[in-house]
Design a protein around this ligand. Structure first.
Ligand code: SF4
Ligand code: SF4
Length: 394
């Protein structure tokens, strides 16, 4: 079933560039961002428009490797490759960049990016639970605010910031509602389609129009869900994909899972539902403190400990009635790679089959991955049928 409105999500990048081109000649600035930790409400409160510049394709990696070491995560190399070759239209439109000290590779890559465009680096505390972490991160948010004010020439008004906080909370709520359609027994969208819908969150100029688009999509999805339609076979194992972010151009593992008969009904990563349940407190008198509290709860492997990821997985496995978990690590991503053991122990402790795959953006290992994933899904499918039979007997 092809929904008409999906076209708007597929074309959202082009729409973004068109809307931006109409602002040519105005003072509006574009802020290139690379991470879920970038407080987009603050960017918009300063009158700038945030856009994601995360590299998802292999093409620019060879150029990046002229500067960066080859044994580095493909996401970092792809992001830098686009910048150094100036082949990404979103990078070209960006007036300045915002980075955070997340993983070592990214934070050192930002030193090179800063040679190409003005870059503001936010210092992220590695522990997000220590009491001093909140005040430190709040100070970093204030420091970003000053950078934004200087870059845009626009003062950040607290009431406007509160308005942006409310809008972004509404966006997160609607996106979470959309994701939750997949929790139904008959998930109405493929994981690949849901990925396209979720990626749209990083490419809109006008938040109110984006809210309307999400609202329309929900209305259409309600009738699809009521019809019982699903693109998956009824006995397809329900898969949760976790780990490193992926997207259009780096969807290899997601695609293989679905081509092998799995139903990816939930993605826990930054492209998926990570952070959608974390809202900024609209009642907090100090909006900067409210932002600091919300953003520090993002369960990323770059923080330690990262108990929030386990709590989120625990909830998602139940909500989406997950039969199998696949954990994706990009080559040389040490934080997700090491954390995979923690995640695997937890998932297997819940008696859910777990598979860890490590790969990069190339297609050289597709058949090897396919063999592993097919075998894993076959085993997971058998286990889920046994569980289903047992639950009917009880
Ligand atoms: S995985 Fe962590 S570092 Fe990467 S985009 Fe997400 S929050 Fe940022
Ligand atoms: S995938 Fe891992 S190594 Fe790559 S940018 Fe994200 S946290 Fe860093």
């Amino acid at each position: 079933m092809k929904l008409e409105i999906l076209k708007h999500f597929e074309d959202i990048g082009e729409r973004f560039l068109l809307d931006i081109s109409e602002l040519d000649g105005t003072d509006t600035k574009v802020a290139g961002i690379y991470c879920l930790f970038a407080p987009t409400e603050l960017v918009r409160a300063a009158g700038a428009i945030p856009v994601s510049l995360c590299g998802k394709r292999e093409k620019p990696i060879a150029d990046a490797e002229e500067t960066l070491p080859p044994n580095l995560c493909p996401l970092i190399k792809s992001s830098y490759g686009y910048a150094v070759t100036n082949t990404c239209p979103f990078f070209a439109e960006s007036d300045f960049l915002i980075g955070e000290t997340t993983c070592d590779g990214k934070k050192k890559m930002y030193e090179f990016l800063g040679r190409i465009k003005p870059l503001h680096l936010m210092h992220l505390p590695y522990s997000t639970t220590e009491p001093h972490a909140i005040s430190f991160w709040r100070d970093e948010i204030l420091r970003l605010g000053r950078f934004l004010e200087e870059s845009t020439g626009q003062k950040i008004d607290r009431d406007h910031l509160r308005f942006q906080i409310r809008i972004h909370n509404r966006i997160r709520k609607l996106l979470e509602r959309i994701a939750r359609f997949q929790a139904a027994e008959h998930a109405p969208l493929s994981g690949l389609t849901m990925m396209t819908v979720m990626e749209s969150k990083s490419f809109f100029v006008y938040p109110e129009k984006y809210l309307d688009m999400l609202g329309e999509f929900i209305a259409e999805m309600e009738s699809v869900a009521a019809s019982g339609f699903s693109p998956f076979e009824p006995d397809a194992p329900r898969v949760l994909l976790t780990g490193c972010p992926l997207g259009k151009g780096s969807e290899k593992v997601l695609r293989i899972i679905e081509e092998s008969g799995g139903a990816v009904v939930c993605m826990e990563n930054c492209t998926g539902v990570k952070g959608l349940d974390l809202l900024v407190d609209e009642e907090e008198k100090d909006p900067f403190l409210a932002l600091a509290r919300r953003y520090l709860q993002i369960p990323c492997s770059c923080t330690t400990p990262n108990i929030g990821r386990i709590n989120l997985l625990d909830r998602l496995i139940s909500q989406y009635r997950i039969d199998a978990v696949v954990d994706l690590t990009w080559h040389c991503c040490h934080t997700y790679n090491i954390e995979s053991r923690v995640v695997g122990d937890f998932v297997e402790g819940r008696e859910v089959p777990f598979l860890h795959v490590e790969t990069n953006y190339s297609t050289s290992d597709v058949e090897q991955l396919r063999t592993r994933i097919e075998a894993f899904l076959e085993m997971a499918g058998c286990r889920s049928n046994v569980r289903f039979a047992n639950s009917r007997l009880n």
